[in-house]
Design a protein around this ligand. Structure first.
Ligand SMILES: CC(C)(COP(=O)(O)OP(=O)(O)OC[C@H]1O[C@@H](n2cnc3c(N)ncnc32)[C@H](O)[C@@H]1OP(=O)(O)O)[C@@H](O)C(=O)NCCC(=O)NCCS
Length: 170
Protein backbone atom coordinates (compact mmCIF):
# COMPACT_ATOMS: atom_id res chain seq x y z
CA UNK A 1 0.00 0.00 0.00
CA UNK A 2 1.69 3.20 -1.10
CA UNK A 3 -0.80 5.76 0.25
CA UNK A 4 -0.46 6.26 4.01
CA UNK A 5 -3.74 6.07 5.95
CA UNK A 6 -5.64 4.57 3.00
CA UNK A 7 -8.03 1.80 3.98
CA UNK A 8 -9.51 -0.51 1.37
CA UNK A 9 -12.64 -2.38 2.44
CA UNK A 10 -15.72 -4.00 0.91
CA UNK A 11 -18.29 -1.42 -0.20
CA UNK A 12 -21.37 -0.99 1.99
CA UNK A 13 -24.85 0.26 1.01
CA UNK A 14 -23.98 3.58 2.69
CA UNK A 15 -21.18 4.06 0.12
CA UNK A 16 -23.63 4.10 -2.80
CA UNK A 17 -23.82 7.89 -3.05
CA UNK A 18 -20.02 8.35 -3.05
CA UNK A 19 -19.52 5.51 -5.53
CA UNK A 20 -22.07 7.02 -7.92
CA UNK A 21 -20.59 10.52 -7.64
CA UNK A 22 -17.05 9.27 -8.34
CA UNK A 23 -18.31 7.16 -11.26
CA UNK A 24 -20.10 10.17 -12.75
CA UNK A 25 -16.92 12.27 -12.44
CA UNK A 26 -15.05 9.62 -14.44
CA UNK A 27 -17.85 9.52 -17.05
CA UNK A 28 -17.63 13.33 -17.23
CA UNK A 29 -13.94 13.08 -18.16
CA UNK A 30 -14.97 11.40 -21.41
CA UNK A 31 -11.97 9.04 -21.35
CA UNK A 32 -13.00 6.35 -18.91
CA UNK A 33 -16.00 4.40 -20.14
CA UNK A 34 -18.84 3.86 -22.60
CA UNK A 35 -21.25 4.16 -19.67
CA UNK A 36 -23.47 7.18 -19.34
CA UNK A 37 -24.66 8.75 -16.11
CA UNK A 38 -25.98 9.92 -13.83
CA UNK A 39 -25.73 7.26 -11.12
CA UNK A 40 -27.77 8.51 -8.17
CA UNK A 41 -27.47 6.88 -4.76
CA UNK A 42 -30.58 4.69 -5.02
CA UNK A 43 -29.50 3.30 -8.40
CA UNK A 44 -26.00 2.47 -7.10
CA UNK A 45 -27.52 0.93 -3.96
CA UNK A 46 -29.54 -1.47 -6.15
CA UNK A 47 -26.41 -2.11 -8.26
CA UNK A 48 -24.41 -3.03 -5.14
CA UNK A 49 -27.17 -5.28 -3.79
CA UNK A 50 -27.49 -7.18 -7.08
CA UNK A 51 -23.82 -8.13 -7.38
CA UNK A 52 -22.99 -11.81 -6.95
CA UNK A 53 -20.18 -12.97 -4.66
CA UNK A 54 -17.65 -13.10 -7.51
CA UNK A 55 -18.31 -9.44 -8.40
CA UNK A 56 -17.00 -7.60 -5.34
CA UNK A 57 -16.85 -3.82 -4.98
CA UNK A 58 -14.30 -2.15 -2.72
CA UNK A 59 -13.97 1.38 -1.39
CA UNK A 60 -10.75 3.23 -0.64
CA UNK A 61 -11.30 5.38 2.42
CA UNK A 62 -8.97 8.27 3.05
CA UNK A 63 -9.38 10.86 5.78
CA UNK A 64 -12.90 9.61 6.58
CA UNK A 65 -14.21 9.84 3.00
CA UNK A 66 -14.47 7.50 0.03
CA UNK A 67 -11.66 8.59 -2.31
CA UNK A 68 -12.13 5.82 -4.87
CA UNK A 69 -13.68 2.45 -5.58
CA UNK A 70 -12.85 -0.68 -7.48
CA UNK A 71 -14.71 -3.73 -8.72
CA UNK A 72 -14.33 -7.12 -10.33
CA UNK A 73 -16.89 -8.66 -12.65
CA UNK A 74 -16.91 -11.92 -14.62
CA UNK A 75 -15.63 -11.24 -18.14
CA UNK A 76 -17.89 -13.82 -19.81
CA UNK A 77 -20.87 -16.02 -18.94
CA UNK A 78 -19.09 -19.02 -20.54
CA UNK A 79 -18.01 -21.44 -17.81
CA UNK A 80 -14.57 -22.07 -19.31
CA UNK A 81 -13.76 -18.35 -18.87
CA UNK A 82 -15.00 -18.32 -15.27
CA UNK A 83 -11.52 -17.40 -14.04
CA UNK A 84 -11.33 -14.20 -16.07
CA UNK A 85 -12.53 -10.95 -14.47
CA UNK A 86 -12.76 -7.42 -15.78
CA UNK A 87 -11.48 -4.85 -13.33
CA UNK A 88 -12.69 -1.32 -12.73
CA UNK A 89 -10.93 1.42 -10.76
CA UNK A 90 -12.31 4.94 -10.24
CA UNK A 91 -10.71 7.65 -8.12
CA UNK A 92 -12.35 10.96 -7.15
CA UNK A 93 -10.96 13.74 -9.31
CA UNK A 94 -9.51 15.65 -6.35
CA UNK A 95 -7.79 12.51 -5.01
CA UNK A 96 -6.02 11.48 -8.24
CA UNK A 97 -2.28 11.34 -8.72
CA UNK A 98 -1.58 10.34 -5.11
CA UNK A 99 -1.43 6.56 -5.50
CA UNK A 100 -5.06 5.72 -4.61
CA UNK A 101 -5.67 4.07 -8.00
CA UNK A 102 -2.45 2.08 -7.68
CA UNK A 103 -3.43 0.86 -4.22
CA UNK A 104 -6.91 -0.14 -5.41
CA UNK A 105 -5.55 -2.09 -8.37
CA UNK A 106 -2.87 -3.76 -6.25
CA UNK A 107 -5.60 -4.82 -3.83
CA UNK A 108 -7.74 -6.24 -6.68
CA UNK A 109 -4.77 -8.24 -7.97
CA UNK A 110 -4.20 -9.67 -4.49
CA UNK A 111 -7.85 -10.48 -3.80
CA UNK A 112 -8.93 -11.78 -7.23
CA UNK A 113 -7.61 -15.38 -6.78
CA UNK A 114 -9.73 -15.64 -3.62
CA UNK A 115 -12.79 -15.06 -5.82
CA UNK A 116 -11.73 -17.83 -8.20
CA UNK A 117 -10.05 -15.66 -10.84
CA UNK A 118 -6.86 -16.55 -12.69
CA UNK A 119 -6.70 -13.50 -14.95
CA UNK A 120 -7.68 -9.84 -14.89
CA UNK A 121 -8.51 -7.88 -18.00
CA UNK A 122 -9.16 -4.19 -18.44
CA UNK A 123 -11.01 -2.43 -21.25
CA UNK A 124 -9.45 1.01 -21.60
CA UNK A 125 -10.15 3.74 -24.13
CA UNK A 126 -6.90 4.31 -26.06
CA UNK A 127 -6.67 7.99 -25.08
CA UNK A 128 -7.08 7.23 -21.37
CA UNK A 129 -3.44 7.88 -20.47
CA UNK A 130 -3.86 7.49 -16.68
CA UNK A 131 -5.83 4.25 -17.13
CA UNK A 132 -3.20 2.77 -19.46
CA UNK A 133 -0.34 3.95 -17.20
CA UNK A 134 -2.01 2.39 -14.16
CA UNK A 135 -2.38 -0.94 -15.96
CA UNK A 136 1.18 -0.91 -17.33
CA UNK A 137 2.71 -0.18 -13.93
CA UNK A 138 0.86 -3.19 -12.47
CA UNK A 139 2.12 -5.79 -14.92
CA UNK A 140 -0.70 -5.64 -17.47
CA UNK A 141 0.22 -6.03 -21.11
CA UNK A 142 -1.72 -4.72 -24.06
CA UNK A 143 -3.45 -7.53 -25.97
CA UNK A 144 -4.65 -5.23 -28.72
CA UNK A 145 -7.22 -2.63 -29.62
CA UNK A 146 -10.78 -3.44 -30.62
CA UNK A 147 -11.96 -1.13 -33.40
CA UNK A 148 -15.33 0.57 -33.07
CA UNK A 149 -16.24 -1.50 -30.02
CA UNK A 150 -18.95 0.85 -28.81
CA UNK A 151 -20.30 4.36 -29.19
CA UNK A 152 -19.91 7.46 -27.05
CA UNK A 153 -22.38 10.21 -27.95
CA UNK A 154 -23.05 8.40 -31.22
CA UNK A 155 -19.36 8.15 -32.23
CA UNK A 156 -17.75 4.73 -32.75
CA UNK A 157 -14.86 4.34 -30.31
CA UNK A 158 -11.99 1.90 -30.01
CA UNK A 159 -11.10 0.15 -26.78
CA UNK A 160 -7.75 -1.32 -25.74
CA UNK A 161 -7.74 -4.68 -24.00
CA UNK A 162 -5.10 -5.20 -21.30
CA UNK A 163 -4.51 -8.37 -19.33
CA UNK A 164 -2.51 -9.83 -16.49
CA UNK A 165 -2.43 -13.51 -15.68
CA UNK A 166 -2.35 -14.05 -11.92
CA UNK A 167 -0.68 -17.48 -11.94
CA UNK A 168 1.54 -17.54 -15.04
CA UNK A 169 4.65 -15.40 -15.59
CA UNK A 170 3.95 -12.36 -17.80
C1 LIG B 1 -7.03 5.90 -13.89
C2 LIG B 1 -7.18 6.36 -12.44
C3 LIG B 1 -7.95 5.31 -11.65
C4 LIG B 1 -5.79 6.53 -11.82
O1 LIG B 1 -5.97 6.81 -10.43
P1 LIG B 1 -4.88 7.68 -9.62
O2 LIG B 1 -5.17 7.53 -8.18
O3 LIG B 1 -4.83 9.06 -10.16
O4 LIG B 1 -3.54 6.92 -10.04
P2 LIG B 1 -2.17 6.85 -9.23
O5 LIG B 1 -1.88 8.16 -8.59
O6 LIG B 1 -2.20 5.64 -8.36
O7 LIG B 1 -1.15 6.60 -10.43
C5 LIG B 1 -1.16 5.35 -11.12
C6 LIG B 1 -0.26 5.44 -12.33
O8 LIG B 1 -0.89 6.24 -13.34
C7 LIG B 1 -0.02 7.32 -13.72
N1 LIG B 1 -0.84 8.48 -13.97
C8 LIG B 1 -1.70 9.07 -13.11
N2 LIG B 1 -2.27 10.12 -13.71
C9 LIG B 1 -1.74 10.20 -14.96
C10 LIG B 1 -1.94 11.08 -16.06
N3 LIG B 1 -2.82 12.09 -15.97
N4 LIG B 1 -1.25 10.84 -17.20
C11 LIG B 1 -0.39 9.80 -17.29
N5 LIG B 1 -0.16 8.92 -16.27
C12 LIG B 1 -0.84 9.14 -15.12
C13 LIG B 1 0.88 7.51 -12.52
O9 LIG B 1 2.10 8.12 -12.90
C14 LIG B 1 1.07 6.11 -12.04
O10 LIG B 1 2.03 5.45 -12.85
P3 LIG B 1 3.32 4.80 -12.17
O11 LIG B 1 2.79 3.71 -11.26
O12 LIG B 1 4.07 4.27 -13.34
O13 LIG B 1 3.98 5.90 -11.42
C15 LIG B 1 -7.91 7.75 -12.35
O14 LIG B 1 -7.30 8.64 -13.27
C16 LIG B 1 -9.38 7.66 -12.65
O15 LIG B 1 -10.20 7.41 -11.75
N6 LIG B 1 -9.78 7.85 -13.94
C17 LIG B 1 -11.18 7.69 -14.32
C18 LIG B 1 -11.58 6.20 -14.35
C19 LIG B 1 -10.67 5.39 -15.25
O16 LIG B 1 -10.30 5.81 -16.34
N7 LIG B 1 -10.33 4.16 -14.81
C20 LIG B 1 -9.42 3.30 -15.56
C21 LIG B 1 -10.12 2.24 -16.31
S1 LIG B 1 -10.94 1.08 -15.23
Amino acid sequence: MSTPDLRIRPAQPADAGAIGAIYDEGIGDGTATFATGPHPEDERRRWLAARPGNAPVYCAELGGRVAGWSALAPFSHRPWYAGVAEYTVYVARDARGAGVGADLLEHLIASAPGHGYWKLVGMILPHNAPGLALAASHGFSVVGTHRGHGRIAGEWRDVTLVERHLHLPG
